[in-house]
Design a protein around this ligand. Structure first.
Ligand code: FEO
Length: 389
């Protein structure tokens, strides 16, 4: 694939992987992107996961057509991009490795080959000329790991953005960017909103015509849309008005209350209401939806004197991803010693700027007329709390 006459795609699709990062389902696979810049000097921009090293090396050989690369630029040391460094470094022993101080500390930890005399250590704003092309290195610590840097190519105005602007999905799969990019961002990079904001501020000083991420499609039009989404996600603002009802249910009684709440919210005019059974949903998808919308209702039974486990897991995940700035309602259930509402509220209280909607609905074993009356009150509070559509 050609990004331009001089910038060529040599990455690979991975549709065999069951769980990305050992935890995220990727029904459409994922791509590990890698690029080659052909000039007087040749630069390879990152490697790929070891699952696809052979295919990547074959792509590279076909693109290089017998030429020898001069540089390997290492944007990120996470193994989905860096695992093939030793293979390629040994194949091209004269090729120099370009990274920052933190990069090379990690190279030493992950690999077992001599690279001390092959290091090109770069820092913020350093430039590397390839001939017609000039690479400018921009440090992006904690977008997603501490050593991350992005590279701006001046002549073609291309930003090689590391994990930034990446998405799940192999490149030959048709899928809307926003949904899978949101699920990728919130679950993988979402905790690091402030560093992403810092990178966006640096990117705003560059004239960018194309974004080449390490996962997903190259972005070459309507860049304002993608940058706008990143700004919203990394500042933890809701994207739009909507309610996620995340529930867990042992025998269906909490589920009945959640369904009742959904019906009443829709009847009250709410257009976006997502009902998610946590035990049967992809957790990463529910988390992404919780960040997408401005309000959430959590509903769970008391279990072993505490929170039904998958709900506790969900809330801990939300906290780990820095969920904040949202209005949240609570439905609790129990047949005796109901503790779950208080305990869920306690975890939510550990998060920033969470407003609990009143009333907390209490189900005593099953939904009765008094439960419905409480749900009506919660619906009213929830609708009033919504942002403008
Ligand atoms: Fe795609 Fe943080 O690695």
């Amino acid at each position: 694939m050609r990004i331009s006459d001089s910038v060529l795609y040599v990455g690979v699709n991975d549709k065999d992987i069951d769980l990305f990062e050992g935890q995220y389902v990727v029904p459409d696979g994922v791509s590990y992107n890698s690029y080659v810049i052909m000039d007087e000097k040749i630069a390879i921009m990152d490697t790929v996961d070891k699952r696809k090293t052979d295919e990547w090396v074959a792509n590279l050989e076909e693109t290089l057509q017998g030429k020898t690369p001069d540089y390997l630029v290492i944007s990120h040391m996470e193994p989905d991009h860096a695992a093939s460094i030793q293979v390629i470094a040994e194949k091209y022993p004269n090729m120099l490795l370009v990274g920052n101080c933190k990069t090379f500390d990690m190279v030493a930890c992950f690999f077992d080959f001599e690279f001390e005399n092959r290091k090109v250590v770069v820092a913020e704003g350093d430039e590397l000329s390839l001939g017609q092309h000039t690479l400018v290195f921009v440090m992006a610590p904690m977008v997603h790991w501490p050593e991350v840097m992005v590279t701006y190519e001046k002549s073609e105005k291309i930003l090689f953005s590391a994990d930034g602007f990446g998405t799940f999905g192999a490149l030959d799969m048709e899928q809307p960017w926003d949904d899978e990019a949101r699920r990728y961002f919130i679950n993988i990079v979402g905790k690091f909103g402030a560093p992403v904001q810092t990178l966006l501020a640096k990117a705003a000083t560059l004239e960018i015509e194309k974004i080449c991420p390490l996962h997903g499609p190259v972005l070459d039009n309507d860049l304002g849309h993608y940058i706008g989404k990143y700004d919203t996600w990394s500042s933890y603002r809701p994207e739009s008005r909507g309610v996620v009802i995340a529930y867990a249910s042992v025998y269906g009684n909490t589920e009945k209350a959640a369904q009742c709440l959904k019906d009443k919210l829709i009847a009250a005019g709410e257009g976006n209401v997502i009902l998610a059974d946590l035990a049967r949903s992809d957790m990463s998808e529910v988390i992404a939806r919780a960040f997408q919308y401005d309000r959430m209702i959590v509903a769970a039974p008391t279990y072993d004197g505490g929170i039904y486990p998958i709900m506790e897991d969900f809330l801990r995940h939300l906290k780990a991803k820095a969920y904040q700035k949202r209005k949240v309602g609570i439905i609790e259930n129990g047949s005796w010693a109901i503790t779950v509402g208080r305990l869920m509220q306690s975890i939510l209280g550990e998060m920033k700027d969470i407003e609990i909607l009143e009333p907390v609905v209490t189900i005593k074993s099953s939904v009765k007329a008094d439960t419905e009356a409480q749900i009506d009150e919660l619906v009213k509070a929830c609708v009033e709390a919504g942002i403008e559509a």
